[in-house]
Design a protein around this ligand. Structure first.
Ligand code: GAL
Length: 416
């Protein structure tokens, strides 16, 4: 009898341990900054998808748009020898981690599923290092968008601004209506997001020379001065409480009709959709005046860290789930972004989503697709942060246009 009990207990123990191991193995720990209403709704699509495949999710949210805070927390985790399974990451940050040898290898699943053929090369530049897949791209966002409250636009005559002068005239009309013309949150990454669009509105060549090639003449020249003048003009249309405001609260001002426009990447659309608003009826999406035909993009990717062997299958399963065409459609419809594959139908997308997909394809063909400076797709973090610093000081009136252009060139030179 005693022997029987012992055997049973041992068997039960082994079973429990096995289940425990299975649980640990079928789990992914994910660090990300998707904490706004629209972002969380999109993330839920991924969580549910994985749960349906028997993979549990340990959530590590780090609030802070653009991921600045998330990247600080990540550094601490990795330094402590405790890397998460997967981390939401942008552009050059992925390559920096790969250079450090911290990332895993997704070649097996990428080869089996033919990622090379369906993921745009502009994204592959950040998903691969030394010829190996290290990250799974989830989406393609772009930063040169304007989100307009439709009722306020109608009241102002209903015409979408076609150029800088018309944009300024529209903002003046919003002022006359007694609403805040520009909904904005004063955080460096948000200031930089507006600056992406402003610089692009002065020409594709100029954007490329300044932010991709980091040409000192473009960074300090007359066009850059004009860009800073435009930035200062836009600054004059924000409300008194803009400092430190989160981007999704700025979106809410447009959603609620308290403000006329927000200049923000298409994650803003996720907030409008979450609030039950419809494009064309409640809000209008358009490219920043003067930038139609061009796209400054950023792609959220899940960088896969080196984890214990028993965790690799769940990591690969997560990567595979992310790249499935059905998931790409379901997720990006909610997130406001375009799919990270070229073979996903735009059928399920609303008009803004269809436009995002079409603009992206056209810009890619025409050579007018550029990495977003503000969202880590033009330069490594060191240069990006140097640019942020000058842009924010200019936005806050600490530097005039001439000083800002000069400081920008110097700051970039120092950070290169
Ligand atoms: C971007 C990211 C988007 C969105 C946004 C605001 O960098 O690509 O997915 O999350 O930040 O948090």
């Amino acid at each position: 009898m005693r022997k029987f009990l012992t055997t049973t207990t041992a068997a039960a123990l082994i079973a429990t341990m096995a289940a425990g191991i299975a649980r640990a193995a079928d789990n992914v720990e994910v660090l990300h900054w998707w904490t706004s209403g629209g972002e969380a709704a999109a993330l839920d699509v991924l969580k549910k998808d994985l749960e349906g495949k028997g993979i549990s999710w340990t959530d590590m949210p780090v609030a802070g748009g653009g991921g600045t805070e998330a990247m600080t927390v990540l550094r601490a985790r990795v330094t402590a020898g405790n890397a998460p399974t997967a981390v939401q990451m942008l552009g050059f940050d992925i390559l920096d981690w790969a250079k450090e040898g911290a990332l895993g290898n997704l070649d097996e699943v990428a080869a089996k599923e033919g990622w090379d053929k369906v993921i745009p090369t502009a994204l592959q530049q950040f998903s691969k290092y030394d010829g190996h897949w290290i990250a799974a791209p989830v989406n393609v966002h772009s930063t040169n968008w304007v989100w307009i409250n439709k009722a306020a636009l109608d009241k102002a005559g209903g015409k979408e601004p076609a150029n800088w002068e018309e944009l300024v005239a529209l903002l003046d009309k919003f002022k006359e209506q007694g609403i805040t013309p520009v909904a904005h949150g004063g955080q460096p990454w948000q200031d930089a997001t507006i600056f992406d669009a402003v610089v692009l509105s002065l020409g594709n060549d100029f954007y490329k020379q300044a932010f991709i090639d980091l040409d000192p003449a473009a960074l300090s020249g007359d066009k850059m001065k004009e860009a800073f003048e435009r930035l200062a003009k836009l600054r004059s249309y924000v409300d008194d409480n803009f400092s430190g405001r989160d981007w999704n609260l700025a979106s809410a001002m447009v959603i609620e009709g308290k403000a006329g426009v927000q200049f923000m990447g298409d994650w803003a659309k996720g907030e409008f959709i979450k609030a039950g608003k419809k494009p064309g009826t409640d809000f209008v999406c358009m490219r920043f005046p003067g930038t139609q035909g061009s796209v400054t993009f950023n792609s959220d990717q899940f960088a896969m860290f080196k984890v214990a062997d028993d965790k690799v299958p769940a990591q690969l399963a997560m990567a595979s789930a992310i790249e499935s065409p059905a998931f790409q459609s379901a997720f990006n419809v909610v997130k406001g972004s375009a799919p990270a594959r070229t073979d996903v139908s735009d059928e399920a997308f609303d008009d803004c989503g269809k436009k995002a997909i079409k603009d992206l394809a056209e810009a890619n063909t025409n050579g007018s697709l550029f990495g977003s400076m503000a969202h880590g797709h033009a330069n490594p973090a060191s240069v990006k942060n140097a640019i942020y610093d000058v842009v924010t000081r200019a936005f806050n009136g600490e530097l005039n246009a001439d000083e800002a252009a000069e400081e920008l060139a110097a700051a970039v030179e120092g950070a290169k």
